[in-house]
Design a protein around this ligand. Structure first.
Ligand code: DGL
Length: 251
């Protein structure tokens, strides 16, 4: 059984891709909505939360873990791997970097939370591969997504505020380095122009995941949140194009 976690509903962008490629996959999803966002918190705090999230998933039958959150992938992957030596742990940054390298492009934008951008996890790996990087933290995007403000005029204004410098730099591609951001991809794409390839960091990990984990046992698909709200079920149902029932997680 695959365990996935994020600070909130953003990791559902990974679940969507998982369901597209393997509709009968068994998984347990945890969104830590009670403590979201992670991206504005210190690495120590994000590591502590990530360890607790993984513990919860393992207690609920997970035999592999997907860190469906860039912020936690950037700062907590090592700690998680050290704490769970026998469990395969997948992070979302390396597959996104590899996807960009396959595009053979020269200049790339990277957007993410403050934690992800400050870690320079994308920047340093892309620069090592000879790619020019323009990175930008977009801390207001996560609360906008959690609120379901996906196409509002205020959201468009904030997109313009954050992304103008990257647009001016005329990048060839841009990494959506936060699993919440694909929910805003429509307005981001419109603002950046259709010549800019958007890379969904969450979606890229699924191919690697399915190559490494085998699925056995009866199909089970459970969704947990640490704080329940009707709004989350609405957004999740819209995003996954099916009804989603969230159970309350106590961690
Ligand atoms: N979806 C997350 C990420 O990919 C978490 C964002 C946050 O909680 O700040 O970084």
């Amino acid at each position: 059984m695959i365990g996935l976690f994020d600070s909130g509903i953003g990791g559902l962008t990974v679940v969507r891709e998982l369901l597209r490629q393997a509709p009968d996959a068994s998984f347990v999803y945890l969104g830590d909505t009670a403590r979201t966002p992670y991206g504005n918190k210190s690495p120590e705090t994000v590591i502590r939360y990530a360890l607790e999230d993984a513990e919860f998933l393992l207690k609920h039958g997970a035999t592999s873990i997907v860190i469906a959150c860039n912020s936690a992938s950037a700062v907590a992957t090592e700690a998680l791997r050290r704490a769970h030596l026998s469990i395969p742990i997948f992070e979302v940054i390396t597959p996104a970097v590899e996807a960009v390298c396959r595009l053979n492009v020269g200049r790339v934008g990277v957007i993410g939370t403050r934690a992800t951008i400050a870690s320079r996890a994308y920047e340093s790996r892309l620069r090592e591969r000879g790619i020019e990087v323009i990175a930008k933290a977009c801390p207001l995007f996560v609360p906008l997504v959690e609120e379901g403000w996906l196409t509002d005029v205020e959201t468009k204004r904030i997109v313009k505020h954050y992304l103008s410098s990257i647009r001016q730099a005329q990048v060839d591609a841009m990494i959506l380095g936060c699993t919440h951001y694909p929910l805003l991809s429509e307005i981001i794409q419109r603002f950046m122009g259709k010549q800019v390839r958007l890379i969904d960091s969450g979606a890229m990990v699924v191919g690697e995941l399915l190559r490494h984990v085998s699925q056995d046992g009866a199909r089970s698909q459970r969704f947990f949140l640490t704080d329940l709200s009707a709004r989350s079920e609405e957004i999740a149902a819209q995003w996954l194009a099916r009804p989603v029932h969230f159970e309350k997680a106590d961690i």
